[in-house]
Design a protein. Structure first.
Length: 94
């Protein structure tokens, strides 16, 4: 487990009761969710967030996956486009 410190954050009054003394698994999920916006805007990577949390990158990706947050954010159209570009590059090679 990573070293911890206490911080003060402002939350709506009704939310505070859900943030008190939780088990370690719930605390890890909460902290992973607090880091997610910074992964999303590419301030930190999944690996960097995992390091902060004291877990492996694959564990963090699994947490997000179970919560419905995909590691890969490509649409099918984007994936098709990438595959077509790869095929074109591959054709140009001997």
């Amino acid at each position: 487990m990573a070293a911890t410190e206490s911080v003060t954050i402002k939350v709506p009054v009704g939310m505070s009761k859900y943030l008190k003394a939780v088990d370690s698994k719930t605390e890890l999920i909460r902290n992973a969710l607090l880091l997610y916006p910074y992964i999303l805007n590419q301030t930190i990577s999944h690996g960097g967030a995992a390091e902060i949390l004291g877990i492996r990158k694959s564990e963090l990706i699994d947490i997000y996956d179970k919560l419905g947050y995909s590691y890969l954010d490509m649409t099918m159209d984007g994936l098709d486009s990438e595959l077509e570009a790869f095929r074109q590059l591959k054709k140009g090679r001997p």
